[in-house]
Design a protein around this ligand. Structure first.
Ligand code: NAD
Length: 244
């Protein structure tokens, strides 16, 4: 069992899906967890399921002003943040030729810019304490590209470049920055994909099954723990052998 006791973790997009699984795993490992998403009721339901010390914060991560207050509120409630997981993400799929500027901008705002804003906001304290972990949830499509997802793939590829750059900037302060690239994980985000698309994806997965939130949560707990103390700037692909 991974030990995160004494650590404070902030997980964005913790109201469901992968973020909920990560928050639950961190809580099981002993961390105090700040659950962040827009929907307060959904966050309350998640917090009620978790046995450990948690606090909920309703915020839109693409709202820059809200982020400054969010970090202050989390640190007042739980203490200095040791671990940040930039997990909140959205899709607005479509072929380039039909993609609106808003479909492009909103995906960059939530998937990429919010990671910049949140990471910058927690980094000052982490630098002073010479301790920190940042985990960015990217996607295999950030590595491979995907027709119909140019906005999403660009945001996820951007997150990989961001991860590697700040890993280089912050390594000397003992702040370790890594990304996890999930493959096809069963969540609300993927629930509406047509059956034939799911079949086609499944045929590309060496392990022959879709992933679960816990598959990603286990990787996140490892990256947040002392066991990953010599890893930074990496993209950990957790996809059942879909992309090799
Ligand atoms: P999901 O749609 O089930 O959950 C997304 C979470 O992000 C929700 O809690 C939602 O409330 C939150 N969120 C969205 N916009 C927000 C905003 N503006 N402010 C605050 N919170 C916001 O999605 P998921 O499948 O759990 O995906 C989680 C992450 O994993 C995303 O970054 C996604 O791109 C990535 N990912 C998912 C898959 C997959 O197959 N499900 C694959 C690769 C990567």
């Amino acid at each position: 069992m991974i030990d995160l006791s004494g650590k404070v973790a902030l997980v964005t997009g913790a109201s469901r899906g992968i973020g909920k699984s990560i928050a639950a795993e961190f809580s099981r490992c002993g961390a105090r967890v700040a659950l962040v998403a827009r929907n307060r009721e959904a966050l309350e339901a998640v917090a009620a399921e978790l046995a450990g010390d948690t606090a909920i914060f309703s915020a839109d991560v693409s709202d820059n002003e809200a982020i400054a207050n969010l970090i202050k509120d989390v640190e007042t409630a739980l203490g200095p943040i040791d671990i940040l997981v930039n997990n909140a993400g959205i899709t607005k799929d479509g072929l380039l030729i039909r993609m609106s500027e808003d479909d492009w901008d909103s995906v960059q705002a939530v998937n990429l810019k919010a990671a910049f804003t949140l990471t910058k906001a927690v980094t000052r304290g982490m630098m002073k304490r010479r301790n920190g972990r940042i985990i960015n949830i990217t996607s295999v499509v950030g590595l491979t590209g995907n027709g119909g997802q140019s906005n999403y793939a660009a945001s996820k590829a951007g997150l990989i470049g961001f991860t590697k750059s700040i890993a280089k900037e912050l390594g000397s302060r003992n702040i370790l920055v890594n990304a996890i690239a999930p493959g096809f994980i069963e969540t609300d985000m993927t629930a509406d994909l047509p059956a034939d698309t799911k079949e086609a994806l499944l045929s590309q997965i060496a392990l022959g099954r879709l992933g679960a939130g816990d598959d990603i949560a286990n990787a996140a707990a490892f990256l947040a723990s002392d066991l990953a103390g010599y890893m930074t700037g990496q993209v950990m692909v957790v996809d059942g052998g879909m992309v090799m």
